[in-house]
Design a protein around this ligand. Structure first.
Ligand code: ATP
Ligand code: ZN
Ligand code: MG
Ligand code: MG
Length: 467
């Protein structure tokens, strides 16, 4: 292991990701709050277990709900501590300042090794590098649980309400006009509209990678809005075609880009353009009153999502949250109470509160009875369902686009001629994956209830009144 072969790739709230300079691999390391940096909050064994739990949860639970074809669970690896320390020093200056409230785990030497989804192997280095688009779509439906106490929650989606809270609390300077309900609608116009707003204000919901390098993302706290010209500069070579080769307008380039992305999101997940006509599920679930999409523009109603699409699978899994946090919290409390009344470790283990995330865990949540019989088993199953839904509300989709004409035609001249004569947008082959499928801890549920209350009251105070 040579630390010089690895470089900073990105990070989220819980982990920091390094990529290999040649191989299509990443290492995902845990992060700790900076105040714990002298004193690791868990032992090596606990760190190893935590990462093994992530692998198990992804491969045994989420993959069966979301579809194996989208999931890469990876494996736990043990790294030399000296290697990890050197790496942590080397990447420190590349980390965004606003993420530095946490430090990389340099004590356990444990990491998750995954395929690098931003530089897929199908890409040949001599050709145009693949474009990879990462979308963190967030929750795509409005709750219909009878436990919801505030009417606004059934009209305005969580993401749109949360935006007001994030701006009010100073996390972001500008509100994003992206609405997940538009993205999950299955209606091409609404999806197009949603993606346009992701591009305009990506926050932590949208990133673009070219040849494995992030070329477009938000810089939190910074005042400079993103430069659309630099994005167009990157995209233009991928979307030149036909007689418009010279003067393809910026608008056309962006439209084509979004079009290709919408196709990939509605597809079965792999392969090229077109593909089979798939069964579409239901109407677009609903409409968020905060969305700026003009309802009158929905021409022929909503088509719903194809049942083999990544968005459909994610939405279905999110909808395992049937109670809403307000209905779930009393069930969480029932489990808590039971664990206090019977404080034997074996009870916690039998109920699989902290795993293991195996087939039995999946069965517990899939075989949950519809009626509450007052039992702790019912409560646990609902809590498990809720936690799985939380993971699906927090995951990311990675769409890798490879210009497909290059795969078939080796003769560059011929390709250019064909592209020139064609008046259709260039074809791409794409692959779609889902990443960031960590289990959400059992004790995060009370925090979820408090956050929900804060977001709703902030929205009622400020949001509804704002234009
Ligand atoms: P969050 O705050 O969203 O929960 P996290 O801390 O759980 O994030 P990830 O989302 O898994 O961390 O990873 C952080 C970033 O690293 C991702 O947004 C993505 O850009 C990149 N990344 C993660 N896994 C991979 C992968 N397998 N291939 C390529 N890039 C990856
Ligand atoms: Zn919304
Ligand atoms: Mg993430
Ligand atoms: Mg995460």
């Amino acid at each position: 292991m040579d630390e010089k072969d690895w470089k900073y790739h990105g990070e989220g709230n819980k982990s920091l990701v390094l990529s290999h300079v040649q191989l299509s691999r990443v290492l995902r390391l845990l992060k700790y709050p900076a105040e714990d940096s002298e004193n690791p909050p868990q032992t090596v064994e606990q760190a190893f277990r935590q990462i093994q739990n992530i692998v198990d949860f992804s491969s045994n639970v989420m993959s069966s709900l979301l579809g194996e074809k989208f999931i890469h669970s990876g494996e736990v690896v043990k790294l030399p501590l000296e290697f990890v320390r050197q790496l942590s020093i080397r990447v420190q200056h590349q980390r965004p300042a606003w993420r530095c409230d946490k430090v990389m785990d340099i004590y356990s030497g444990c990491a998750l090794c995954l395929p690098n989804l931003t530089s897929p192997v199908l890409h040949q280095p001599t050709h145009t590098p693949p474009l990879c688009i990462e979308i963190k779509p967030k929750c795509g439906f409005l709750p219909s649980s009878k436990h919801v106490s505030k009417d606004i929650k059934t009209k305005v989606c969580r993401f749109c309400m949360h935006q007001h809270y994030k701006v009010a609390s100073g996390k972001w300077r500008r509100r994003s006009l992206y609405c997940p309900l538009d993205l999950f609608s299955g209606n091409r116009q609404r999806m197009h509209f949603a993606i346009r707003h992701l591009i305009e204000e990506p926050q932590n919901n949208f990133k673009i990678f070219k040849g494995g390098q992030c070329i477009y993302s938000s810089k939190e706290g910074s005042d400079d809005s993103l430069d659309p010209n630099s994005l167009l500069h990157h995209l233009r070579p991928y979307f030149l075609y036909g007689n418009n080769r010279i003067n393809t307008t910026s608008k056309a380039v962006l439209n084509d880009f979004i079009q290709v992305l919408v196709n990939a999101l509605l597809s079965g997940g792999g392969g090229g353009d077109g593909g089979m006509v798939t069964e579409r599920q239901g109407e677009g679930r609903s409409f968020c009153e905060a969305s700026h999409f003009n309802k009158e523009r929905i021409r022929h109603g909503s088509q719903g999502l194809p049942s083999d699409s990544v968005l459909f699978r994610i939405l279905q899994t999110q909808m395992l949250d049937t109670q809403d946090i307000e209905g779930l919290y009393p069930l969480y409390h029932r489990v808590e109470q039971h664990l206090q009344d019977f404080p034997k470790e074996s009870i916690r283990t039998r109920l699989q509160i902290d795993g293991p995330y195996d087939e039995a865990f999946l069965e517990k949540l899939q075989k949950c009875p519809t009626e509450d019989d007052g039992s702790v088993e019912f409560a646990v199953a609902k809590v498990h369902q809720y936690r799985v839904a939380m993971t699906a509300k927090d995951c990311s989709i990675m769409v890798a686009l490879v210009p497909s004409s290059e795969k078939e035609e080796d003769d560059e001249g011929q390709r250019q001629l064909r592209d020139f004569l064609s008046s259709r947008p260039p074809a791409f082959s794409y692959s779609v994956s889902i990443l960031d499928l960590d289990p959400k801890p059992f004790d995060s549920i009370p925090r979820q209830l408090r956050l929900d209350q804060k977001i709703v009251s902030c929205y009622l105070r400020t949001g509804g009144a704002l234009p």
